[in-house]
Design a binder for this molecule. Sequence first.
Ligand SMILES: Cc1cc2nc3c(=O)[nH]c(=O)nc-3n(C[C@H](O)[C@H](O)[C@H](O)COP(=O)(O)OP(=O)(O)OC[C@H]3O[C@@H](n4cnc5c(N)ncnc54)[C@H](O)[C@@H]3O)c2cc1C
Length: 399
Amino acid sequence: MDPDFDFIIVGAGSTGTSISYYLRKYGGKVLLIDSKGIATGNTAKSSALIRTHYSNELIAAMGKYSFDVISNFDSIGFSGLHQPGMFFPFDEKYRDTAKENVEMLRGLGIKEVESSSREIEKHFPGISLSGFDYVVFEPLSGYADPVAVSNSYAEAARNSGVVVRVGKEAKRLESGNGKVKIHLNDGSTLTGKKVILATNVWTNKLLENSGVSKNKLFPITASMHSVIYLKRPAKFQGEKPVLWDPPNLAYYKMEGSTLLAAGSLDPEIDKKPVNIEDNLPEAAEYDYIEDYVSRLTDRIPGMGEATVVSSVTGLYDMTPDGQAIISSLDGLGLEGVYACVGLSGHGFKLSPAYGLITSEMVTDVPPERATFDWRKFSPDRFKEGKLITSKYTEIGTIY
Ligand SMILES: Cc1cc2nc3c(=O)[nH]c(=O)nc-3n(C[C@H](O)[C@H](O)[C@H](O)COP(=O)(O)OP(=O)(O)OC[C@H]3O[C@@H](n4cnc5c(N)ncnc54)[C@H](O)[C@@H]3O)c2cc1C
């Protein structure tokens, strides 16, 4: 019997929905499933910062491609993009590295402005400038709405014939005879010529249930990241740029006109694995709130009058180099299965690039002709020591 679908995408966060959007033009039968709903996983918790400042040229080029898609999103749907600009103030240790990056990024056509602490002060009067030695400003960067973006990808895909089904959990995969069978939570099965996993921190569990031995699972660990939302004091209200604070390993997103979202850049948190089977908290713990509010008020003392409104806690699907795994799973005995996972806490902004790369890979575009060479994202790089490098070695998330 022919498989039910040419492609089945498992997971409808920003990654899976983007893949479904890029595969819509393929002409074959495409299905997108999720155990819960569209953008109900980590995408829903995302700060959704959109920037192009990366220190690795390949990732920066993917950032530029993705930025162009998200800033011209009308033909896809609604992105909720705000572009208040973004400050990256680096300390002395990273001064030369950041300068080199600015040149590299400009070479890719990215708008990078060498700025100054004085410019930051104009937006945040009374700010402490300690450790702000070299300041980069990205005037076009900001943040989008991750739930709207994912729903837009899925809706545009659906309008082109992609089938979307929620409440369908893939329990186990079985491959053979040129097709992949998915055993679902309701006891039914689906078959696809190719199955693509966009299942974030839940990937290894599915692989284990599908017979992949523990020593062959992907090197992905889940780490818990919280974002604290505060109401800004009156003097800091209005549209303001996002402020990265690498010396304090934190970032402050000025959301809308009144909110501030404070998140972490601490690589030690990235390296601290949690068990996804545990009953993990949905909100930030008290000590974490105290710690990050004090980082914020150390930096901007006037924010001492801000009030904590809420917090969210989500998971980063961390890989050893903080970059995605985009690969076929043939080598794991799952012929016809592919994955785009391990996005390591910065995957929302890159979702257009992940959709493009994965769709080219599964439709057999030769890698040398592909827009981005997915072989660089093979998990073999971890064994072969060919990691995707970052020059911001002691700062989490920026890469
Ligand atoms: C707190 C926080 C802040 C962040 N801030 C930023 C940021 O500022 N900028 C940025 O670019 N990125 C950020 N990120 C990262 C970014 O949000 C994620 O990398 C990205 O959204 C992940 O999308 P995803 O689709 O891979 O995963 P998810 O959104 O987690 O989606 C995976 C989906 O797969 C489904 N699924 C899993 N297993 C199965 C199964 N067996 N069967 C069926 N369905 C299944 C789940 O239900 C889920 O819906 C942040 C992340 C967090 C947690």
